[in-house]
Design a protein around this ligand. Sequence first.
Ligand code: UDP
Length: 467
Amino acid sequence: MESISSPVEMFFFPFVGGGHQIPMVDMARMFAAHGAKSVIISTPKHALSFRESIHRDQQSGRPVFIEILLLPDNIDIADSDMSATPVTDTSMLQEPLKKLLLQRKPDCIVHDMFHHWAADAIDNLELNVARVVFNGNGCFASCARENISKFKPQEKVDSKYEPFVVPGLPDRIEMTRSQLPVTRIVQDNMRKSKENCYGMVVNSFYELEPAYVEQFKKGNRAWIVGPVSLYNRNIADKAERGKKAAIDEQTILSWLHSKPPNSVLYISFGSSPRFAPQQILELAHGLQASNQPFIWVIRNVFNGEGAEFLTEFEEKMRESKQGLIINGWAPQLLILEHGSVGGFMTHCGWNSTLEGVSCGVPMITWPISAEQFYNEKLVTDVLKIGVRMGSLDWLRWNMEPRVSVGRDMVEVAVKRLMGGGEEGGEMRNKARVIGEMAKKAVEGGGSSYKEAIALINELKDRRRIIE
Ligand code: UDP
């Protein structure tokens, strides 16, 4: 640990893969902007995706650094292209991490709960390092998950599609058993990480879900410090966030500039979407029938049946200028914040949800897995800024995807949100107001700004006490 007057040193140990690594890198940069010395712990392969943005921060004087864990024989984590899952094994990082912590003794380490071994490994070092957990969820999802696990309302219904009310939440929220995870992995990781931790950092903001932040804080020491994506302030950071985009920013921006305000639907399902080929075709037919402009990020490799249709569809959409398809990684923040974008069809991953919210864009919700069905409820039932697509079944990451949404459902949902009706307009207005609140939360004096400073100050005080 450094001398009392030196900045607080915070280590960030992200999980590998888009939806977890991206927000934690943003968070490290945010804490550095607030005066902490931030160190992101990564592997040679995973650091490649964010080192340019860290370099830019360093050039503008921010104390943010990357520490590479050297692995024996240059092995690396067995994930490919952002597709890590909660069971991806990262335990080969344990020894190099322990060595680093023993050498450097930072004030704090923020680790992702998916490194399921990290809590024990860090606590057993008895270093007096404040161990803070990042779970990647918002407070609504955490509260709903906790209450379902505690009160088990799903056991009191007769069928998997019969609704039950989630007990003990500030709003009346109905769910079905089909929407709940069929595995306890996330819950078990969370419980293990939380035991004896110093606290939790949450990528959300108070004004988004005040009653749920309060409920969450009753059971957990927590700092609500988001939306951290708003710390990507220049075009290069937005264009390269997570990975270099498959389309250059000029092409996408000039396409967007050519469209009227709020007219474009942005469609993306996160960092590792898994759709059955037939499902992609249903979506394509539905979009064509809706006749609304769209940008669609397709990340599945599509060789089989229907590939020809999709190629023709892509060409037709390009010629008619109705739709732009991105095959690969999209610069999501650049797109969402553009004034021509008026809707976001999303799988409700928490980062995408929060990014949609921060940009003031209403959503079409199509949850698939993880805690996405909870996020859908927040968007549609609490915030009322989203139209539900109607997917009903939680899908495990290694399960074969199947068709759950037909072309008619797509057409109806797109027309409801984007067709110029009153309902879509009201949602858009509400979303805009919440987007403004998000920006205020991270500005000087805003709720998230204050929470981040409070954690830094607490770590400073703690250092004084320990010394
Ligand atoms: N993302 C992106 N471009 C893409 C796909 C995803 O920038 O083409 C980013 C997106 O902005 C978000 C993250 O990847 O920050 C995905 O996280 P989310 O929690 O939404 O979903 P997950 O990938 O974890 O299912």
